[in-house]
Design a protein around this ligand. Structure first.
Ligand code: FAD
Length: 522
């Protein structure tokens, strides 16, 4: 039986990307910034092509703390306008992607008498800044209520705490949802297609050359505006225009560990407002596991596969042990992942904790538009600002933004709740459940089914084991070892769907096993 699809979505995208046309916008980079910009452009009726070197959300956008938040920490730093904007975007995203975002209670445990009133006042301000899009109001909880919500909190000297609400989401699934939304509105996006050079005419950037990694062939594309949204790699693309340009980023790494849900049962997350190094730390229930992080470690260089340093893991576990009982140890870690923050450089000697978390749009002399900084929560606003600038720069007809009210692909009625992991697919879940293998689990320790692998290949441009196991499904982050064990079956299904041979299968399993080994701690 051959189920190979002749018109899989990536092949269709490659045809469109190599057709003879001048795009209104070319977006380089398929993370939150690039996808947000591309969706913004397509919904305004501009023609748009997005090129991604690896896969959507391969970079920082699959490695976040999974919060749609205003940033309590930025409020403490006095950055009120940033927090207000992010809280507004939090409310919009919840309305527009109810299948991907839900409210979550965060408990700040108080072990000193002054802690609850102190944090309580700040969080009232947080509630107020959210305006009419606020989630539930923050409130004081006594010791018994705190323990009811979070039974594993350390009990000695616990006075009570403050409970506040923020949003939680699945970052890579939001990226894939934006890809589908882009396609729904006539935009084109191609993964495994790195931009390797920019095309210039008389000093103006008018396009780019990209390599299709599946054939090795290079292609040229032309565009009226070119947006560089390559995350921590923006300086590499800026150097393609001008090799002498000064770097604008100062990357810093953030690490998370993932452990079993038994370390944080109950329905709340825990927020530690001040760790020993002056940061915040979260322990957040996510897909029936717990994500704990993060760190802030300045790095001299960027890497597509950043790796946690031993001291970062140690710091997270040590801090968690100050609040949780039982506390997870190294042996309990199911996966450890690291992400790089594209922080915009400040003056010499500034430490990265205080660098700008605001987004920055910079336009070069040749017209290359670089978008960086910001956060997932504000991706829509970043896209809106970038398309405004790009339209003006390229002389495109000015058109109003529609994305504040745009329902994203798969958005179901807000009160529709599908069981467990099917929720993230929204209205697509019914189609996936009709595919072969909807009742066949991929692995006893993972929630996923074989049907989802077929869907990933047929509808979501998945091409490799990693595309499936890391970003269409979240197996790599939830349980790296189980994901390695599931890889051969995933690869066999992909081979069937995409028409690949046994040599491809063997190479895929090996490549994935090596990559996922970097997420296993023990
Ligand atoms: C540890 C950590 C935790 C975070 N937690 C949160 C959170 O809880 N909530 C929140 O709102 N925000 C959070 N953030 C911030 C948020 O994740 C980032 O701001 C956002 O993901 C950045 O997206 P981006 O598109 O700019 O970069 P990226 O996601 O890195 O995307 C850039 C893309 O460009 C591609 N690329 C690179 N070079 C090329 C090329 N030459 N050609 C084509 N493509 C190329 C890369 O492969 C990559 O996919 C967190 C960040 C970190 C580091």
């Amino acid at each position: 039986m051959t189920t190979h699809r002749i018109t899989d979505p990536r092949t269709a995208a490659l045809h469109a990307a190599t057709a003879d046309q001048t795009w209104d916008l070319l977006v380089i980079g398929g993370g939150a910034s690039g996808l947000g910009t591309a969706v913004e452009a397509a919904t305004r009726g501009y023609s748009v092509l997005l090129l991604e070197s690896h896969d959507y959300a391969k970079g920082t956008s699959s490695r976040s703390t999974k919060l749609v938040h205003g940033g309590v920490r930025y409020l403490a730093q006095g950055n009120v306008s940033l927090v207000r904007e992010a809280l507004h975007e939090r409310g919009l995203l919840k309305q527009n992607a109810p299948h991907l975002v839900h409210d979550l209670g965060f408990l700040i445990a108080a072990y000193k008498w002054w802690a609850a009133p102190f944090y309580g006042i700040g969080l009232k301000m947080y509630d107020l800044l959210a305006g009419k899009l606020n989630l539930k109001a923050s409130r004081y909880v006594n010791r018994a209520q705190a323990l009811e919500r979070t039974p594993t909190l350390k009990k000695a000297a616990l006075k009570g705490g403050i409970l506040y609400f923020d949003g939680q989401f699945d970052d890579a699934r939001l990226a894939i949802t934006l890809l589908r939304t882009l396609e729904d509105h006539g935009g084109v996006a191609l993964n495994h297609a790195p931009v390797v050079g920019l095309i210039k005419d008389g000093g103006r950037v008018t396009g780019a050359r990209f390599r299709d990694l599946e054939t090795g062939q290079e292609h040229a594309v032309r565009a009226r505006a070119v947006v560089n949204a390559t995350g921590v790699f923006v300086d590499d693309v800026r150097r393609m225009e001008n090799p002498a340009v000064k770097p604008m980023l100062s990357p810093s790494q953030g690490v998370h560990v993932v452990v079993d849900r038994r370390f944080l049962p109950g329905d709340s997350a825990v927020m530690v407002p001040r760790t020993d190094d002056g940061r915040v730390l979260f322990a957040v229930p996510w897909h029936d596991h717990v994500v704990i992080g993060t760190t802030d470690t300045p790095l001299p260089e960027t890497n597509v596969e950043p790796r946690a340093l031993p001291e970062e893991v140690e710091f997270i576990l040590k801090t968690a042990a100050q609040y949780l009982d039982p506390a997870p140890t190294r042996a309990d870690v199911r996966s450890v992942y690291a992400g790089l923050r594209p922080l915009v450089k400040a003056a010499e000697g500034t430490d990265t904790k205080s660098l700008s978390r605001d987004h920055v749009i910079r336009i070069s002399d040749g017209g290359l538009i670089t978008l960086t900084g910001g956060k997932w929560t504000t991706y829509r606003r970043m896209g809106e600002d970038t398309v405004n600038r790009a339209a003006a720069q390229a002389g495109l007809p000015q058109r109003l933004s529609l994305t504040a009210g745009l329902k994203l692909h798969g958005a179901a009625a807000p009160d529709t709740h599908l069981a467990d992991h099917w929720q993230v697919y929204g209205t697509d879940a019914a189609h996936i459940r009709a595919l072969p293998g909807a009742d066949t689990p991929l692995h006893p320790e993972l929630p996923y089914t074989e049907a989802e692998v077929r869907w990933a290949a047929r509808a979501e441009q998945a091409r490799t084991a990693e595309d499936v196991l890391s970003r269409r499904l979240r197996a790599l982050l939830l349980n790296a070892r189980a994901s390695i064990e599931a890889a051969p079956r995933v690869v066999a299904i992909l081979a069937e769907e995409l028409g690949r041979d046994a040599a491809w299968e063997a190479a895929q399993v090996q490549t994935y096993t090596e990559l996922a080994g970097g997420y296993v701690l023990n």
